[in-house]
Ligand binder design. Sequence first.
Ligand SMILES: *Cc1c(COP(=O)(O)O)cnc(C)c1O
Length: 428
Amino acid sequence: MTSLATASRARLWLNPALRASASWQPDPDFGVDAISEAQQRFARFAPLLANLFPELGAEGRIESPLLPLSDDERHALYGDLPGNFYIKADHALPIAGSIKARGGIHEVLELAEKVAGEHNLLDTGDYTTLASDAARAVFSQYSISVGSTGNLGMSIGIMASALGFTARVHMSSDAKEWKKARLRARGVEVIEHAGDYAAAVASGRDSAANDPKAFFVDDENSRSLFLGYAAAIYHLQEQLRQADIEVGPHAPLFAYLPCGVGGAPAGIASSLKAAFGDDAHCFFVEPVAAACFLTRMQHPSRPGISVYDVGLDNRTDADGLAVPAASELAYEQMRHVLSGVLTVEDETLFADVYRVHQSMGIRLEPSAAAAISGPRMLLSTAEGQRYLRTHGLDGDLAQATHLLWTTGGLFVPDDAFEGFLERGRQAV
Ligand SMILES: *Cc1c(COP(=O)(O)O)cnc(C)c1O
């Protein structure tokens, strides 16, 4: 187990502004109809995606498995804690190897659809023609750029360059070398910045601002990313049905979502609330040093507040979550929806990377292991007990479903992963 000093800095914070779903309506721009449009866009592009990325199979679906934890696996992670535990395996999402495959690819597809429409490339309605030389020649006149700590760059860069767009990724100093190398190998231009993630985003935004043929994917403020993440609900509902998992007033669903800027977990949390209302309980998980969403939630009157403003340093090896300030868009959608935020020390992330690999053979990156802390914090802290009591759930824990949303790891190279395991072995 982690040392006391380490553990005592991690915490669970409950959202005092959480409202019952009957008393809160989501902004229609982010509601069920909008999420369904994103899902339909993925479906329209599926034949093209199947052609471009053979790893998707004939259906061209970008989806991940839902993996039940066996008794032994559950015991290895949670001892005797009650409930049913599932990994929602976005760490294995194809193309990008992280949850960013959902939002990032959706936004590139939306941009491609727009450009294709303006150039009459879709008049036949056959999306596979977008892989033709003629279509690629059109796309190559446009650039798509993004600022990223790594994973969003991989998703946007790989998808944009696969369609023939000029793809540019602005990366922060904490981005890992192997991610840069992988992008360059795919023909993506990587621009490195000395500063943090927010600085990389700002320079990407500036350099695209004056060019009508330049698109900038704004991780801090993108409806398209948000909706691409939210569309995960359709396949998840199918998976829950197939696994006979009931969600209801006496069978709560708890979701633990690793959070960086907040777009991915907010998209998913919105869709879970749309599907299950008050029976879904969504918690974000952040590194202690990069708890930007928690900071924003704790300061409702201070848009733009960063972790530096509250004495944190944003230093974490969970590079997918190393973000100093929350997305305002995500914050607005989550204010009354999110049950709480929990923070974890880096050593706990590495320990969980190790435990998950030992017990299940699954390769997670440290950011993705954040989800694993969720049930421990909810079920075995005083704040967690208070949440369960307040919501009348303490009698329903045996029927509860815990969704551990693992968000990245598929493409971590062997030597980097060995390093994670070594550090994790020492932390358990
Ligand atoms: C980006 C990312 C997240 C969180 O997504 P945000 O939209 O930044 O909150 C979680 N896990 C991994 C591995 C990521 O790359």
